[in-house]
Design a binder for this molecule. Structure first.
Ligand code: DGT
Ligand code: CA
Ligand code: CA
Length: 585
């Protein structure tokens, strides 16, 4: 099994690209590194395998010199090119770009003019009043930047679900194949699919003789950078991204109780322990016991632990003490949506605009995922940065997509992801929007001036009859950008009035709507929601697993989600929506 060092190599190339940009290198040069980084991050085969077989150049965009830099790194464990760049600019300078409004140009000015090297020295430069004295910067931008530093710091130390999940699954796969391992599961916040992860928790059942071997192998996995602790029942290591992984080994008879305990959340566990005490029982990571005589009641699997407390098994995504215990007691737990319920993706990009892959390969991938149809939603021309399409180009795309659909016998909706401008209007005049089978609209520009107006912009966009789905409604980027100043109740109200669907964007950086918002959208406003990937490559179509997790954490069932409906039912929904809007206007 390959260790899959793709993420690691992608990170290296991305750092090189961004430092080159700061250095002021030729745009084509650093863009080549950035593009290769995206490719490799999404590449299905292990990069070290491609390297070993001399096939690195099969990756589009990887030429002779890039292949050499990658090989150099994979063989030597370090990159002379990156080291050369970091003698000129500290790596921590890249953290500055996480701050909203700070790009490479400003980063380099701050570095040269004020000697800023990282977040700390930037904060210092602001509190000394030095930043405010630079041309074009003043008290207002200083306040913005200071707030940005706070946001970046708040999230540092927690890792995106999209990074932690594949890493944990790779580690789990290494352990599951060991003969000594009877059972193995991911637990903690990762089993609950929280949007960010403090550390990875893994649980294994072995007999006592097997534990030592498991610990030995775990602490020597290829992903491991540092061993923090290696004991007979618990080991901790550090892997890529400074992420900590805790492994606990328990006897088979305790596995269910330990799984329940280490899955958490702590608040959920407190509730269960109360139920146990009231029943004259004691619940801990070793099992469920009678207080009277310490007799074990349950412990081998989770279902029997819950059953002994008078509850049906509760899915991990619900275990946040947000009403799940009461719902379980009343036998009113929802039948949560599953990824297999999705029959399409309604928001994705091809190489017609800023996607990496062709429409054909997106269709092939969608089919392999069991989908019945797709909606292509490339950007309109207002979004110049994303190579947006003019109306003529969209017409050409429709011709191409219709031919592709014919040839592959795979239904395709010709859509657009329109940009909601400052006044709430879209890329094309209202009459021209009729050219699309499916209209997604989202805010992509003018964010800095969005204070208080995002609601108006989105409401205005929804009021025309043209928009079917609002993409990434809150606009947040986890750990980088706070949501727009947005009144969610007002947004949900407007969506409800105009029968507009809201997206659960599955990109692990977005996860937008959030779980709690999606739950409110459903419970208080009965809004239709769609779980979409916003994929810019075939690999990213798989991101819907994270959107499904958000939906499950939001208590959603199959019926709450638009893209579980077959094509005719979706088209019917669109037609009825548009008729109702036209009648209202
Ligand atoms: P994280 O890692 O911050 O994303 O969140 P968790 O939930 O994975 O927390 P973690 O790794 O500290 O512990 C994993 C689970 O183990 C946690 O959800 C509940 C359980 N747990 C750990 N320490 C305690 C504790 O001191 N008391 C209780 N009741 N449960 C604990
Ligand atoms: Ca954890
Ligand atoms: Ca932990």
């Amino acid at each position: 099994m390959g260790a899959m060092r793709n993420a690691e190599v992608a990170q290296l190339l991305n750092r090189i690209a961004r430092l080159m940009e700061i250095k002021g290198e030729n745009r084509f040069k650093f863009q080549a590194f950035a593009d290769a980084s995206r490719r490799i991050d999404n590449w299905p085969e292990p990069i070290e395998g491609l390297h070993a077989e001399g096939r690195l150049r099969e990756i589009p965009g990887v030429g002779t010199s890039l292949a050499r830099y990658i090989s150099e790194y994979l063989e030597g464990g370090h990159s002379p090119l990156l080291e050369e760049l970091t003698t000129q600019f500290p790596l921590a300078l890249l953290d500055l770009e996480e701050i909203p409004g700070v790009g490479p140009k400003l980063a380099v000015v701050l570095f040269h003019e004020l000697g800023v090297r990282d977040l700390d020295s930037l904060e210092q430069a602001i509190s000394d009043g030095r930043l405010q004295r630079l041309p074009r910067l003043g008290e207002k931008s200083a306040r913005h930047i200071l707030q940005g530093i706070k946001t970046v710091r708040q999230h540092s130390g927690r890792i995106s679900l999209g990074i932690a999940r594949p890493l944990a699954e790779s580690i789990l796969a290494h352990l599951q194949v060991l003969p000594a391992v009877q059972k193995a599961e991911i637990c903690g916040s990762l089993r609950r699919w929280k949007e960010t992860i403090g550390d990875i928790d893994v649980l294994v059942a072995t007999d006592p003789k097997g534990a030592e071997e498991v610990m030995e192998i775990f602490t020597h996995l290829p992903e491991v950078r540092q061993v923090l602790l290696c004991g007979p029942t618990k080991s901790s290591v550090r892997v890529l991204h400074d992420l900590q992984v805790d492994l606990r080994v328990v006897p088979h008879r305790c596995f269910g109780a330990a799984l329940q305990y280490f899955t958490g959340s702590q608040a959920h566990n407190v509730r269960l322990r109360e139920l146990a005490i009231r029943a004259g029982l004691k619940l801990n990571e070793y099992g469920l016991f009678r207080l009277l005589d310490d007799q074990s009641i349950a412990g081998e699997n989770e279902e029997e632990v819950y059953a002994a407390l008078g509850l049906p098994w509760i899915p991990p995504e619900l275990r946040e003490d947000q009403g799940e215990v009461e719902a379980a007691q009343a036998e009113r737990l929802p039948k949560l949506i599953e990824q297999a319920d999705l029959v399409s993706d309604l928001h994705l990009h091809s190489d017609w605009s800023d996607g990496l892959d062709t429409a054909r390969s997106m269709v092939e991938k969608a089919r392999s995922m069991g989908y019945q149809y797709l909606a292509f939603t490339d950007h309109g021309e207002v979004l110049e940065v994303a190579h947006g399409l003019s109306l003529e180009r969209f017409r050409a795309q429709r011709t191409a997509l219709e031919a592709l659909s014919q040839e592959t016998s795979f239904p395709i909706l010709c859509g657009v992801e329109a940009n909601v401008l400052a006044n709430g209007s879209l890329d094309f005049p209202s009459a021209e929007m009729d050219a699309f089978d499916w209209v997604v609209a989202g805010i992509h520009t003018g964010l800095a001036s969005s204070g208080g107006t995002a609601n108006d912009r989105l409401a205005e966009a929804m009021t025309g009859s043209k928009v079917d789905l609002i993409s990434h409604p809150s606009g947040r980027l986890i750990g980088e950008r706070e949501p727009y100043a947005l009144d969610r109740a007002e947004l949900f109200q407007a969506a409800s009035l105009t029968r507009t669907a809201l997206e659960i964007n599955s990109h692990p950086k977005r996860l937008d709507l959030r779980d709690i918002d999606a739950r409110q959208a459903k419970e208080a406003y009965h809004l239709p929601l769609a779980i979409c990937s916003d994929a810019h490559s075939t690999g990213e179509l798989d991101h819907v697993r994270y959107g499904v997790a958000v939906a499950r954490r939001a208590w959603l069932t199959k019926d709450d989600v638009l893209n579980t409906r077959p094509l005719e039912a979706l088209q019917d929904w669109v037609a009825r929506r548009r008729r109702a809007r036209e009648a209202a206007s």
